[in-house]
Design a protein around this ligand. Structure first.
Ligand SMILES: NC(=O)c1ccc[n+]([C@@H]2O[C@H](COP(=O)([O-])OP(=O)(O)OC[C@H]3O[C@@H](n4cnc5c(N)ncnc54)[C@H](OP(=O)(O)O)[C@@H]3O)[C@@H](O)[C@H]2O)c1
Length: 279
């Protein structure tokens, strides 16, 4: 190997390690998974029907994102709620008939207190909000992934939301030395203090999707996973469609737990209990 090639390989390994490290971070000791332990796929249609009968309302934060848009599509396809509201910084355009009754609240996240009415009267909330340090800088990342998320949760709680669902990340840990994981852990804990009747945290590993936005780091990680044995890749990544299936299945399953934490494995288990692409 020439010196140039060796340096190139070394640089690629270093880059990949830097990108992967936060995602390969182990779960903290007190953070064991506490979602549904067994999934009876046969019971899901009945749960779904029972859930529909309750005529609940939902809001989604981040519905324009990779996870949020799949979540919205599934919620509408399954007709789970009598009222669906998107809360975001811009109005989204939908051509399909299925989206006809979706309400939209356009808010300024820097002045959320002025938009408290947008958060009123929803039984369930999903937060799929987030940015990256690369896109927003360190301060911008903290502002979105912690401050906007927490303020939204506070307003939702004040507005009567009973079940708050937070899309967090594998390895979230408020004492982590990685800013990303630290902020995710911090916001998880602060939202918990709000004392929702039911609070569900999802901690997926690397999200697999065909991201429209160019994120070379994530692209490199996905290429890396696709070259690995399936079981290893499954420990460290998860398709967005599986995450959404897990969110929806968990939502419709009755639970007496105040706080549920679904790690990447639990997301796979619950998300794969049923085929998302069923007619
Ligand atoms: N990517 C991964 O591999 C991975 C792994 C584990 C966990 N997660 C976490 O999962 C969550 C969802 O990820 P994703 O990839 O589905 O999200 P995404 O595609 O990046 O979408 C993010 C959403 O947040 C909104 N948003 C971003 N910056 C904003 C700002 N400054 N003000 C208001 N809204 C803003 C976006 O709205 P606009 O469309 O208006 O920009 C969009 O709706 C994030 O919290 C992420 O950290 C990601």
């Amino acid at each position: 190997m020439s010196l140039g090639t060796g340096l190139g390989v070394g640089a690629a390994v270093l880059l990949l390690s830097a990108l992967l490290l936060p995602h390969l971070h182990p779960e903290g000791p007190e953070e064991e998974q506490s979602g549904p332990s067994m999934v009876d796929a046969g019971a899901l249609p009945k749960f779904r029907e029972d859930f529909r009968m309750q005529n609940k309302s939902v809001f989604i934060l981040g519905a324009s994102g990779e996870t949020g848009q799949v979540l919205l599509r599934e919620i509408l396809k399954e007709n789970l709620f009598s009222k669906v509201t998107l809360i975001g910084r811009r109005k989204l355009e939908f051509a399909e008939e299925a989206y006809k009754h979706v309400r939209q609240e356009v808010v300024d996240f820097e002045k959320l207190d002025e938009y408290s009415s947008a958060f009123q009267g929803h039984d369930v909330g999903f937060c799929c909000l987030g940015t990256t340090r690369g896109k927003a800088g360190a301060d911008g990342f903290v502002r979105v992934d912690r401050d906007y998320v927490l303020k939204s949760a506070e307003l939702a709680k004040a507005g009567g939301c009973k079940h708050f669902n937070l899309l967090s990340s594998k390895g979230a840990d408020k004492s982590s030395s990685f800013l990303y994981l630290q902020i995710k852990g911090e916001v998880e804990a602060k939202v918990e203090e709000l004392n929702f009747d039911r609070y569900t945290i999802f901690r997926p590993a690397v999200l697999l999707c065909n991201r429209k936005e160019s994120r070379p780091g994530e692209w490199l990680i996905r290429k890396f996973f696709s070259s690995l044995p399936t079981s290893w890749a499954k420990d460290h990544s998860v398709p967005v469609t599986t995450v959404v299936r897990a969110m929806v299945n968990n939502l419709i399953m009755p639970s007496d737990k105040k706080r549920e934490l679904l790690d990447n494995q639990a997301i796979h288990n619950l998300g794969e209990a049923e085929d998302l692409n069923k007619p």
